[in-house]
Ligand binder design. Structure first.
Ligand code: SF4
Ligand code: SF4
Length: 54
């Protein structure tokens, strides 16, 4: 399992810098979560548009 990004994502990159294991990257204006995600929740609270859920 991993955090999920929905269509509200605006590609701001805040989640990317919040992730302690570099599991989230912005690609083509949309955040993408890899299998390295440990579901810590750090990215969820950083997102300004509530685009990430666990
Ligand atoms: S839940 Fe934690 S480990 Fe997973 S992408 Fe978000 S910040 Fe990274
Ligand atoms: S913080 Fe939210 S809006 Fe910004 S890139 Fe991540 S998922 Fe997208």
């Amino acid at each position: 399992m991993a955090a999920k990004v929905n269509e509200k994502c605006v590609g701001c990159g805040s989640c990317e810098s919040a992730c302690p294991v570099e599991a989230i990257k912005v690609e083509n204006g949309m955040a993408k979560v890899s299998d390295d995600c440990i579901e810590c929740g750090a990215c969820v609270s950083e997102c300004p548009v509530e685009a990430i859920s666990i």
